[in-house]
Design a protein around this ligand. Sequence first.
Ligand SMILES: C[S@@+](CC[C@H](N)C(=O)[O-])C[C@H]1O[C@@H](n2cnc3c(N)ncnc32)[C@H](O)[C@@H]1O
Length: 439
Amino acid sequence: MADAAREIALGILARARTERTHASDLMQQAFRATRLGPRQRRDVAEGVYAVLRAQRLLDWALMRVAGPGARALDGTRRDLGRWLASGVLAGTVTPAAARAELAGYDWAGLPAAAAAAGEIADVRERLAVTESLPDWLAARLLAEFAGDPGAAARLAHALNQRAPMIVRANRVKTTREALLTRLAAEGVEARATSLAPDGIELMTRVNAFGLASFTAGDFEVQDEGSQLVAELVAPPPRGVVVDACAGAGGKTLHLGALLGNKGRVVAFDVPPQAERKLEELRRRARRAGLSNVEALEVPVNGALPPAAARLLGKADRVLCDAPCSGLGVLRRNPEARWRLTEADLERLPGLQGSILDRFAPLVAVGGRLIYATCTITRSENDDVVAAFLARTPGFVPMAAKEILGTPRALAIGDGQSLRVAPHTHGTDGFFATVLRRTS
Ligand SMILES: C[S@@+](CC[C@H](N)C(=O)[O-])C[C@H]1O[C@@H](n2cnc3c(N)ncnc32)[C@H](O)[C@@H]1O
């Protein structure tokens, strides 16, 4: 890799180590400030992600090949050590080249040292080191799959693979077939996804945002799992849909398109980020040609503002795509595992429940409340829903198979809820379940 690209990669790693910003955002910032070509950008991105995904394993293996003369790896030397180790394991850096930069390590012995992590006797430690997880998170995944440590390992491994580039054809402007043809004409090899009816995987590694088909609003970048959530929401023709935690509108736009640009989608988010995210949502809605989408900021606590309160008891669907631990999307945010804490996992169910309590009254009698997350923990999914149902009269569970039919509901979950994950469905990890308002 050219020196300039490598310097940028090491700079991003240093910032990812010390700042809370997502590495993907750090990368975008770095790319805006430099003149790297597309190929170099890709090399930087892949190199940085490879280090972030394997950080703990790299440190573990480096310790084992450190000779008596090795200096401690801290600060930027640690980034360099990890970068070189990742390159040596991938075969893109020779042991001799690594030695020239960082002496005192048996670089040729590094691949065998890394492979030895698979022999660690303790199950939790083995999972934590081989898949580069904090100890507490490895323990948590094993507890989630109690009795099936193999499933925990398959999930952790799948979360450490490079995520596919998935887009959603915008039904308001095109069809999946027509978009596949257009992408081919733009030199992009692509194929239909197997689960989401409007999904397309881009096989050619391109900057999707630079394609003319993107500028024209023919597609949005959206993981297949996320696309399945909107399908479960199943907005009725010309219906009123509330997206209570809309962010920059990934699902809002999808719901607007499923409504065929009719009806109404009202999107909310909270400060301090709401205005930035909702402005992005409005920009995306314009590009998508959607005129049935509104975006409104609501305060974090207290009474809903009049524009939201007017919807009390009026919405056909209310989607709460709640803030969560994000364990299902670690493929896309590999550094998040080091920022997340056990305390976050304890705190989140309370917040998720309070969001359900706040927005449930907007659902019309006969309408539906849909609770969704991008995580796989029972405490943030099933337990939050069970607690809500226990304290909220007038809502009952509605099985996914009642909405989608049994074969489809079983293809994307257990028939009751949507449950997809990278190791079982090849998608990001998502959970969603539907509650019907009866009174
Ligand atoms: C999982 S993200 C939403 C992703 C978005 N629905 C999408 O598909 O792109 C959760 C969102 O909930 C918002 N949020 C956090 N606390 C909230 C609250 N108390 N009420 C409503 N939204 C909240 C966050 O700002 C964040 O944008």
